[in-house]
Design a protein around this ligand. Sequence first.
Ligand code: SF4
Length: 439
Amino acid sequence: MKKVAFYTLGCKLNYSETSTIARMFENRGYQKVDFSDSPDIFVINTCSVTENADKKCRKVVQEAKKISPDSYVTIVGCYAQLKPVEISEIPGVDAVLGAAEKFQLIDYLDGFQKKEKPQVFASEIKEAKRFNHSYSYGDRTRTFLKVQDGCNYGCAFCTIPLARGKSRSDSIQNIVVAAQEIAATDVKEVVLTGVNIGDFGIQDGRRVEKFLDLVKALDEVDGIDRFRISSIEPNLLTKDIISFVAKSKRFVPHFHIPLQSGSNKILQRMNRRYLRELYAERVATIKKLMPHCCIGVDVIVGFPGETEEDFLETYQFLNELDISYLHVFTYSERANTDAIEMDGVVPMKDRNKRSKMLRSLSEKKRRNFYEENLGGQFTVLFEEDIEEGMMHGFTENYIRVAAKYDPILINETKKVELREINDRGVVEVTEAEEEILVH
Ligand code: SF4
């Protein structure tokens, strides 16, 4: 039995796809092993958004060859779609498969026999039209369920549409079946994943379903405690979706909404489809209906043309907004994007300074959000995350909590009261019925 190991770089979508590819190998009689367990085959799922994608890919290949010098090394994923030939030239790589081919890699690679030269199967991205159903299982406490892929937006900084193709989705019916399959396992939380999930519902180039209807259908799936929406564009997060989540049985009060800039001038240069006023209005609606809702924000600093004033406008906007944390990205140039042609390049030292300022703002926001919720009762899902006698987990509104380790509670949901923020920035809790978990 040949042994195969996987390595994933990048986002939740990549994790869900690696898991699916791994299950395909297992169904065909291969044995899935750890990276260090002398595999015969390595599959490395790459990302184009990650900084130094090329360097990271090389590093993983080098490690793989150190562990198993005669192994067969296959590269898939977004970076493989963008730069197939360059990747095939990395010493040690045997095959590269693009977005349209990666789910058929076992068939393409025919027994994983080494050839004289690396094999490249990467058609143009317009050929990636199929939706390949995926969810992760076994790697993490929660499952990432892919509901949508690709994107029709053309944000000036983004290579994802070039790496993943046009927007396309699974059907609600298929997704409900997948959720029922997941419910039959012991997974308690499902994170809905996609590139632009608010754009859910396009099949064969036609819009046939809506994201709100998917949310409504999933809310009825018994056996799943929580559904979390991973990230949704502000213009697609409608009042109807927010209102439904506010009264839903299983969708948690947590949204991650990319803002990217708090300056309308920069939003327009980025080719984003909203202005800051719409964003502020969405946040206000969420907080009115769900005062305890956690709101995460993606923001990019140092986009071409971003002056010090534009940045301070972003800072001020975020400072005043009722949000819970930020994911800060320092703009970096990417080939084949509109932004790379733009003038007003921001010096790296300014990009780094701005990034640092927003990271400390994020810390402040997170702490405020935690403090606001102290004394409240929430449900926590404890994970296999144990350190110095404490176990950790997240509340429905994404507050990281710690309690004294109790093996019976791992992968279980429990009602707790938030007590205090410890010196690691994690909230210590007691059981809601007053039974002390933290001593
Ligand atoms: S919405 Fe914009 S940033 Fe997001 S994947 Fe599409 S093009 Fe990229």
